[in-house]
Design a protein around this ligand. Structure first.
Ligand SMILES: Cc1cc2nc3c(=O)[nH]c(=O)nc-3n(C[C@H](O)[C@H](O)[C@H](O)COP(=O)(O)O)c2cc1C
Length: 354
């Protein structure tokens, strides 16, 4: 694995924290960036309707810090004029790269022609990309899916069109819009795109271990690898990959490190948002984070039913103490309420809010 460039922007190491709506905001990116090994960070997807109508939430989503550079702002929408205006705003706030979302499957986004809707409307995609290309000077990139329909995989055509419109990096999540998050991502399409375009190409989907990142990179010849859900379950994954590349033994987090990272995340969240929102985000990460740990399922139930900062902190302490002492975690609370936090697996929820 070696660094690559998106025009003059160096992506080193060639690893990208994949954009995740409702997840990759300032606190989450800070948490991950502090662990190292990330070559490019991307905002959550931001609604161009919100941005161009001065919606405070959308503007807030464009915030980033110097330590995050290189940083890409990702926008979504289906209206060329608004897409262009939003792209100009991203350039104005100093983003290094402007990324266009062509992958979100949420009905609310697709209905207006945006997200994965652009994969079945190449004429609209072309207009949007050309408008944006003319308006901004920073590199323009896109993130696409395999196609819209399962029976019409058109990622290669989409990539060729994008390159003709001046796009300078293509990231592919190898599932169709119809597929949603089911099945496995098709990484062979990354290889196929790489064969036909000159701009750098990166792949996304189902990388949860360093070994998988190396395997996908070797199999496809891709320039970069994006990691999303795998980074929620293991915030050290980028650092581990970078260490292996440097010939070092990869960092092996202890139980105490895992407890500490959850508490650190909570501090970052509390500094950035109201308590109820921080508690919600915390539940989300705690849920992903404890998959595979002993008593993790029970912990997720308990944490899902916690409502205040103190309660969440107490539950975390209790859980990690129990696991460290080798006892079985039974946990208090949440009794008679079997369900845990719903699996987090798309931009859907965030799009409904947008
Ligand atoms: C909760 C969630 C939100 C997502 N939001 C976005 C988004 O805003 N923009 C985007 O391009 N992709 C989004 N994705 C897709 C991811 O960036 C990534 O392509 C996909 O999850 C597959 O990679 P992974 O298996 O590494 O997570 C989202 C995925 C998840 C799970």
């Amino acid at each position: 694995m070696k660094p690559f460039k998106i025009r003059d922007v160096l992506i080193s190491p060639p690893l990208v924290l994949s954009p995740m709506a409702g997840v990759t905001d300032v606190p989450f990116r800070a948490l991950l960036k502090r662990r190292g090994g990330i070559g490019l960070t991307v905002s959550e997807f931001i609604s161009v309707e919100g941005l161009t109508r001065n919606n405070p939430k959308s503007k807030r989503q464009m915030r980033f810090f110097e330590y995050e550079r290189p940083f890409a702002v990702q926008i979504f929408g289906g209206q060329p004029e608004r897409m262009r205006m939003a792209a100009e705003m991203a350039e104005e706030v100093g983003a290094d790269i402007l990324d266009v979302n062509c992958g979100c499957p949420a009905p609310k986004v697709v209905r207006h022609g945006g997200g994965s809707g652009l994969l079945r409307d190449h004429a609209r995609l072309e207009t949007i990309l050309k408008e944006i290309r003319r308006a901004i000077t920073i590199p323009l990139t896109i993130k696409i899916r395999a196609g819209y329909y399962d029976n019409n995989i058109n990622a290669v055509e989409t990539a060729k069109l994008a390159e003709q419109c001046g796009v300078e990096h293509i990231a592919l999540h190898g599932r169709t819009k119809e597929q949603g998050y089911k099945g496995r991502a098709n990484w062979d399409l990354v290889r196929q795109i790489k064969e036909v375009v000159r701009v750098p190409v990166s792949g996304s989907g189902d990388v949860t271990t360093p070994a998988e990142a190396f395997a996908r990179w070797r199999e496809t010849g891709c320039d970069g690898v994006l990691i999303g859900r795998g980074a929620m379950a293991n915030p050290w994954i980028f650092r581990q990959i970078a260490e292996i590349v440097e010939g070092k033994e990869p960092y092996d987090p202890t139980l105490a490190d895992k407890r500490a990272v959850l508490l650190e995340y909570f501090e970052l969240l509390r500094a950035d948002m109201p308590e109820f929102a921080a508690v919600g985000r915390m539940k989300q990460l705690a849920g992903q984070f404890t998959r595979g740990l002993p008593g993790g399922a029970r912990f997720r139930q308990v944490i899902y039913h916690s409502h205040s900062v103190t309660e969440v902190l107490d539950r975390i302490e209790e859980y990690f103490e129990t696991v460290a002492s080798g006892r079985t975690y039974v946990g208090e609370g949440g009794a008679g309420e079997p369900e845990e936090a719903p699996a987090l697996d798309s931009c859907e929820a965030a799009a409904v809010e947008a």
